[in-house]
Design a protein. Sequence first.
Length: 48
Amino acid sequence: MKTCEKCQGIMIVERAVDFEVGLTIRYFACLNCGRRVQAEEEPRPLVH
């Protein structure tokens, strides 16, 4: 589990999907303050 650098809250993994472009990316989201940090270097295609 990862902790937020800003508030020391718990961060969970979430996924954002862009259906128009066909890309997805994972990021960490803090449950306490809502801060988001990218978990991957670049977006990935929806279909491999």
